[in-house]
Design a protein around this ligand. Sequence first.
Ligand code: HMG
Ligand code: MG
Length: 292
Amino acid sequence: MSDARPTVALCEVAPRDGLQNEARIVSVDDKVRFIELLIAAGLREIEVTSFVSPKWVPQLADAEAVLARIPRVEGVCYSALVPNEQGLERALAANVRKVSVFTAASEGFVRKNINATIAQSIERFVPVVRRAHDAGVIVRGYVSCVIACPYDGAIAPEAVREVCARLSDVGVDELDLGDTIGVATPDEIARMLESCAEVRAMHELVLHLHDTQHRARACAARALQLGVRKFDSSAGGIGGCPYAPGASGNIATESLRELCESSGYSASLDGDALGVAARFIVAALAKPIGGD
Ligand code: HMG
Ligand code: MG
């Protein structure tokens, strides 16, 4: 019998956001195996790595090696973060078909995270988006700190909408809204989403929640009610940003899947296989240093 429930898309970010903040360097073998297990669980969009400076994020210095080894499976989209043209060139050489540029709604975070102002970051993205599109590559635009910033404090929904509008102007295909430090309440998420929906329709926005205050699931539930149909999440709930002190893990893919199922939506994932993937990466992170 076919599944008539409306679907919710989950983009799996554990191989990138989940690992980038971990001091223990996970081996390429374990990263590749983890990605294979995520595919087996039904995930069809996976943010596999970042083409950033290896000095800034040592965990992801092996981006090329990971991309060279993961299986290319029909219907599975691998994406990667690129902060600038240098990152895009690396991504194109590694045959990535979707890239994510990233800025924020707060000056303090953009400065710490990519050493630029918001305006400079968006200027940098102009040639990145143009060249990506010329190569037939889809571009996601992340806006971080959509609720609060670890350096600048509370962020107004209008400030987030303004950055969304500027990213839209430079041509990003998808807007992704990040509660980087995981402090949102459902009401704050609703106000922020309603503001951003003036730039792009609610069902086209992506929500990226971290779970520091354990309200990410309640925030996702409110977003579902408002019409959001795509979320980022991380198997095992691992994650955090090295340049956002206090940020903890992303909302767990397992939790988001359960929320979708219990709210009448299908996330098209196999819960048992997802558990296997989550336990695998948690165990990989627990291996003693030098134990590979
Ligand atoms: P910079 O130091 O200002 O860069 O860093 P630069 O242009 O002056 O270059 C310095 C060196 O970096 C040079 O090498 C460049 O070649 C190299 P050197 O001459 O010293 O040997 N470099 C690169 N190397 C490899 N790949 C590149 C690249 N670019 C320059 N693409 C830069 C600026 C943007 C590079 C740096 O700040 C950076 O890499 N930042 C990344 C930080 C990061 O990855 N943060 C986490 C992701 S964002 C996040 O987690 C939030 C999110 O999850 C959503 C949410 O939760 O809200 C997405
Ligand atoms: Mg994040």
